[in-house]
Design a protein around this ligand. Structure first.
Ligand SMILES: CSCC[C@H](NC(C)=O)C(=O)O
Ligand SMILES: [Zn+2]
Ligand SMILES: [Zn+2]
Length: 426
């Protein structure tokens, strides 16, 4: 049952609750209130702050903790301010109340994805400042809008802006996933979203007739082919040969066909068109050309009177055309520092993974920057986008300690090449 928290810990929890209580759910997020809240916290921490609308009405809040050596590349701690929608009546506690139950579980939309991380960054900085720590590298925090709908109003324009270039970012931290066991998870890349809609056309006709080339039949052939492909990919995950992030996933997300009638659908007319939509996720090293060919030749061939359209398509490539992944071994000091810092804070890390869905980290990787996805939530069921999303308060507080350790290590890190480079400039 709940442990009594001291005053400092109680205020950390209560600030988290306040952030969760701001309804920033898509499609109508209250961004202004969230921005005002973050700016008010920044003031209490003496951080420099700026609000930039790269897209009108979609504020990015930028905070800065200046380092002693501003010539060194900076650290960027990114989080998104929006959350996904909720079906309120299916929750045991209202999703924007941030109710804490007797076990210390804080129920709210965004408690895992990812208001926890945004607040933990700030609380870690609060603790580090109180302990008298001074960063060598500059630490930036970005609170960005619209991650849940693709980042086109947030991280995408931000990562491509002059404001971003001037920040001279050397490493980005962004969101990860909860872990049901005691090990934290860290992500060095992610699958690219391909959201595909296919349409089949065919001759309409009497519902009792058997004839070739109906729209439904044309679409069904695609569905059979896609289902076989999905099953084969899933089998390699089930057998343990591959991780979820290493295969192509294809899930049907809509089906649209039939001739409407006041009582539902006309039952004795075979319709002249039928559509289906798929959420496809493509691993960084997958062969894009082969998949595209498959879509053209098997899933939506024009020879079967079919067309297709991508609602979202990202190749996950950096500026050099290489898969946008971050090196996750000891040849990347940022990776080693993260591993050591987590350990020092008493945590354990699973081996690095490909994030199965999408995050804003892809935009920073596309700029050629290392970015690690990490949300310190161990012993926690994965509830992002689900009903009754919650995070335990003890786990939240532990996460702050983990970030204290990471931020201290990152902001103090001075490698020899960086020293040489900064000397050259003098
Ligand atoms: C195409 S952007 C959508 C982003 C969203 N992110 C997560 C983590 O759910 C997703 O993967 O669907
Ligand atoms: Zn998220
Ligand atoms: Zn999300």
């Amino acid at each position: 049952l709940t442990v009594e928290l001291d005053e400092e810990r109680s205020s950390e929890i209560s600030r988290f609750q306040q952030y969760l209580q701001i309804n920033t759910s898509q499609p109508n997020p209250n961004y202004q209130e969230a921005a005002d809240f973050i700016l008010s916290l920044a003031k209490t921490l003496n951080l420099e702050s700026e609000k930039v609308d790269f897209v009108s009405g979609k504020p990015v809040v930028l905070l800065k903790w200046p380092g002693k050596n501003p010539t060194l590349p900076s650290i960027l701690l990114n989080s998104h301010t929006d959350v996904v929608t909720t079906e309120d009546h299916k929750w045991i506690h209202p999703p924007f109340l941030a109710h804490i139950n007797s076990e210390g579980n804080i129920f709210a939309r965004g408690s895992q994805d990812m208001k926890c991380v945004g607040m933990q960054y700030l609380e870690a900085i609060r603790r580090l400042k109180k302990a008298g720590f001074e960063p060598t590298r500059t630490v930036y925090l970005s609170f960005v809008p619209d991650e849940e709908i693709g980042g086109h109003g947030g991280a995408e324009p931000f990562s491509q802006s002059d404001t971003f270039k001037k920040m001279n970012v050397g490493i980005v931290l962004d969101e990860g996933l909860a872990s049901p066991d005691e090990n934290y998870r860290a992500f060095y890349g992610e699958r690219s979203p391909w959201w595909l809609a296919i349409k089949a056309f065919g001759s309409p006709g009497h519902g009792a007739r058997l004839y070739d080339n109906t729209a439904m039949e044309n679409l069904l052939k695609s569905l059979e082919s896609i289902r076989r492909f999905r099953a084969a990919q899933f089998d390699t995950v089930k057998s343990g040969a591959k991780e979820e992030g290493e295969v192509i996933s294809v899930n049907m997300v809509f089906l649209k066909a039939g001739t409407p009638s006041p009582s539902g659908f006309v039952m004795n007319v075979q319709p002249s068109q039928a559509e289906a939509g798929f959420d496809i996720r493509v691993p960084p090293n997958a062969l894009h050309d082969l998949l595209e060919q498959k879509i053209m030749e098997e899933w939506a061939p024009s020879s079967r009177n079919m067309t297709f359209e991508f609602k979202q398509k990202n190749f996950g490539r950096d500026v050099f055309g290489k898969p946008a992944v971050t090196v996750a071994d000891n040849s990347n000091p940022w990776w080693t520092l993260l591993e050591e810092a987590v350990k020092k804070a008493g945590g354990k890390l699973r081996k690095p993974e490909i994030f199965p869905a999408s995050t804003d980290a892809r935009y920073f990787r596309e700029q050629g920057l290392p970015a690690i996805g990490f949300s310190p939530m161990a012993n926690t069921p994965i509830l992002l986008h689900d009903h009754n999303e919650f995070l335990n308060q003890e786990e939240y507080l532990k996460g702050i300690t983990v970030y204290e350790s990471i931020i201290e290590a990152y902001a103090s890190f001075v490698d020899s090449t960086a020293i040489d480079a900064s000397k050259d400039e003098l």
